[in-house]
Write a protein that binds this ligand. Structure first.
Ligand SMILES: [Zn+2]
Length: 335
């Protein structure tokens, strides 16, 4: 199956339904299936009562009843328009509904940023849906996500500024890049958890668009200064190349502080995350440093160095040999 390379909820969701071997359901069902109560309040019903779905302004949610297993949309043009915009495939120039969809994006981003329970809710929910795929379908889905991610990156790189700004919900490069990088990073872990998270980054990026920037700032911030060369030119494509082919890159250290055992490395407490380099008496020649803030004993060792916070969280330490090499090269330069 060939998909259009645009970051839209409807197109992303199609990948799942194709793997599942089913037709995509209606807009409300798609929104409910992946975002549940964050977007839609299901009203009690006897299953036959066809009440039009309606959008409640200050609640930022659509209310709907279920008829024969499906959420019932009905005749309310406003709901159709708003849901269509969130799905990203509806055409039309109704500014009022576009505005409402934008408020929903802000609202949902706020729910994710302010309450970690909501993130767990989305993960749990996505995991359940992915569990419905057979092993083969899951593999197919995984491959499709990889392709989709790559296509999105290329498509975006080929887009002119006018095109990017002319999208219904324009995304800043920084936000787009971070969402796609996070998705690729999680896919690259080749784990079930990674797949769920990659999928959620794509879903959240397509639903929340630029508002997803707030989410990336909370769920992904690098707090270790790195001295590797993470990319040649800083483009997303180059960062992804580094992610998938780290063996082709080398670490470099260009600083002057060669007195230290690990120049350029910032150390953080494993227990409370205090910045250890700033603590009085800290010396990286010590093999263990007791954090003055919480008392935790941190090992100061080359095997405890990570390129980024994600690498730390996923227990992927940097390559000690490469770090040694980088330091040796720098020391040789000095001579
Ligand atoms: Zn501490």
């Amino acid at each position: 199956m060939k998909h259009a390379a645009e970051l839209r909820l409807g197109l992303a969701a199609d990948l799942y339904y194709a793997a599942l071997g089913r037709e995509a359901p209606n807009y409300l069902d798609i929104l409910y299936q992946w975002f549940g109560e964050l977007l839609i309040a299901e009203e009690p019903s006897d299953g036959e009562d066809r009440r039009d779905a309606r959008y409640i302004d200050l609640e930022y949610r659509i209310h709907a009843v279920r008829v024969h297993e499906r959420l019932y949309i009905g005749q309310d043009k406003r709901v159709t328009q708003i849901a269509g915009r969130l799905i990203g495939t509806a055409k039309g120039n109704r500014e009022k509904e576009r505005k409402a969809a934008e408020l929903i994006q802000k609202h949902v981003a706020g729910l994710l940023v302010n309450n970690p329970e909501n993130v767990l809710y989305l993960q749990e929910n996505a995991r359940k849906q992915l569990d419905l795929l057979s092993e083969d379908s899951l593999q197919e889905f995984y491959e499709q996500l990889g392709e989709y991610t790559e296509d999105l990156v290329q498509q975006r790189a080929a887009m002119s500024r006018e095109e990017a700004e002319g999208e219904p919900f324009p995304m800043d490069d920084e936000v787009f890049d971070q969402v796609l990088y996070n998705a690729a990073y999680q896919l690259n872990l080749t784990s079930c958890e990674g797949l769920v998270n990659a999928w959620l980054w794509l879903l959240c990026g397509s639903l929340l668009r630029n508002e997803c920037g707030r989410v990336t700032r909370v769920l992904d911030s690098s707090w270790i200064n790195v001295y590797r060369e993470p990319s040649e030119d800083g483009t997303l494509q180059d960062r992804l190349n580094y992610l998938t082919h780290p063996e082709e890159y080398i670490y470099t250290y260009s600083g002057d502080d060669l007195e230290k055992r690990f120049p350029g490395i910032e150390w953080y407490c494993d227990a409370c995350r205090a910045h250890l380099n700033d603590q009085p008496g800290f010396d990286d020649h010590l093999s263990v440093w007791k954090c003055t803030a919480c008392g935790h004993e941190n090992r100061i060792d080359i095997t405890e160095i990570y390129d980024s916070r994600q690498d730390y969280e996923h227990e992927r330490p940097s390559d000690p040999a490469k770090i040694e090499e980088a330091l040796q090269r720098r020391k040789n330069d000095e001579k």
